[in-house]
Ligand binder design. Structure first.
Ligand code: NAD
Length: 367
């Protein structure tokens, strides 16, 4: 097996720990699994089989040490059995129907998976009789979007117009309800659980082949030498490299394990203020790095609603967790597009490209 240990994420905390990851076959889950596998954690993943072609998980599977359960998060008994038989120290919950546009086509599946899937996981955790930290991944889209200039703070009102955003806002309510009802910090010595939720921005990085996401759509068009359709050129989003929130999730899990009641609650992980950029700016950066490509702006007033302006306030993570963004968007786009270029040219494997990004990112973490 082609196993590599190069990262200094969370300084060795995960070595020998049992980590249960839902959604390990997805884009972020594959990155997280790769890092934790390299860090020497014992991993068990629970997710549907990979849903994209290619799939990052399949590309790197041979480099991973992970026990995979391919099952539905909506199958409560299966999930409970997988969790309890593993007895994790840490849980990362990423399994979700993660696409805004698909949520318009499949609202019931989106609500079921994102809300009841989260409730199922939390319910299974009530049966776990040991210390465990759980990091539940929601999204920056959980806030009631007021289309204003101000970045949203963790204390802002939850909401969501489209089914995806609403489902994740509901997941936050479910998480908070379980925290108040079953995992209250004042009873930490009884239940031994820490429950945190994390809200990251629009994540980019090599190996995402999802439909209807900006960078994968751009790369598909570039590879096929087609014009690149840009749907919402003026929409402002918090762009960040996938390694940024992953560092945040790992740091948060470590901190909550060491100080079980201090880190409960919700955490934003987004870019620096100046990296809340328009879709068009990011698309232009991507084309420049690729070296060719034509953008085709397609503003369609009849298209489904997507938020126009979304910014995240990251003061809490900066101040209380000492986490901060390490790459600006230009650098993140540069590494991402070059990742796809090398993958597409078959000059490097997905695992070696991830490894190179992890080595670079690790060099930015002061130790
Ligand atoms: N990618 C982003 O820009 C972004 C931004 C903010 C938040 N998020 C959130 O981060 C998490 C991971 O995102 P991603 O980009 O890796 O998504 P993804 O779509 O690539 O992966 C989703 C994962 O969830 C699993 N899954 C979906 N439905 C399931 C079900 N019914 N039962 C079991 N597993 C199921 C899939 O198999 C896959 O492993 C999601 O919760 C997503 O909402 C993503």
């Amino acid at each position: 097996m082609d196993k590599m240990v190069t990262n200094n994420f969370s300084a060795g905390f995960f070595k020998g720990r049992k980590v249960f990851i839902t959604g390990h076959t997805g884009f972020k889950g594959a990155w997280l699994s790769y890092i934790l596998s390299g860090a020497g954690a014992f991993l068990k993943g629970y997710a549907l089989r990979p849903g994209t072609k290619p799939s990052l998980f399949e590309e790197i599977e041979a480099s991973l040490e992970i026990d995979s359960v391919f099952a539905d998060i909506n199958d409560y008994q299966h999930l409970e059995d997988a969790l309890l038989s593993f007895q994790p120290d840490i849980v990362f919950h990423l399994a979700a129907q993660s696409l805004v546009r698909r949520s318009y086509q499949q609202p019931i599946n989106t609500f079921e998976t994102n809300i009841m899937g989260t409730a199922n996981l939390l319910q299974a955790l009530t049966k776990l009789q040991k210390k465990c930290v759980s990091v539940l991944i929601t999204t920056d889209k959980v806030y009631e979007n007021k289309e204003w200039l101000y970045p949203y703070r963790e204390t802002d009102r939850l909401g969501g117009s489209d089914p995806y955003s609403a489902s994740k806002a509901c997941a936050e309510l479910v998480i908070n309800s379980y925290r108040q009802s079953f995992f209250h910090p004042s009873k930490q010595d009884v239940h031994n659980k820490s429950i945190v939720s994390v809200r990251a921005g629009n994540v980019i990085g090599g190996g995402d082949w999802s439909e209807d996401r900006l960078i994968p759509d751009i790369v598909r068009s570039l590879v096929e030498q087609k014009d690149i359709a840009i749907r919402n050129p003026g929409a402002i989003r918090p762009w960040q490299h996938v390694l940024e929130p992953i560092e945040g999730y790992l740091e948060l899990a470590t901190a909550a394990h060491q100080h079980p009641t201090q880190f409960d609650g919700a955490w934003n992980f987004g870019p620096a203020t100046e990296d809340h950029l328009a879709v068009l700016s990011v698309a232009e950066m991507a084309v420049k790095v690729w070296g060719s490509g034509t953008l085709d702006i397609q503003e369609n007033p009849a298209a489904v609603h997507e938020a126009g302006l979304l910014k995240l306030d990251i003061s809490k993570a900066r101040n209380n967790l000492n986490w901060k963004p390490r790459m600006n968007t230009a650098k993140a786009v540069d590494r991402t597009i070059n990742w796809y270029k090398s993958f597409n040219n078959r000059t490097a494997s997905a695992a070696s490209l991830m490894e190179s990004d992890i080595v670079y990112y690790s060099s930015l973490i002061p130790r």
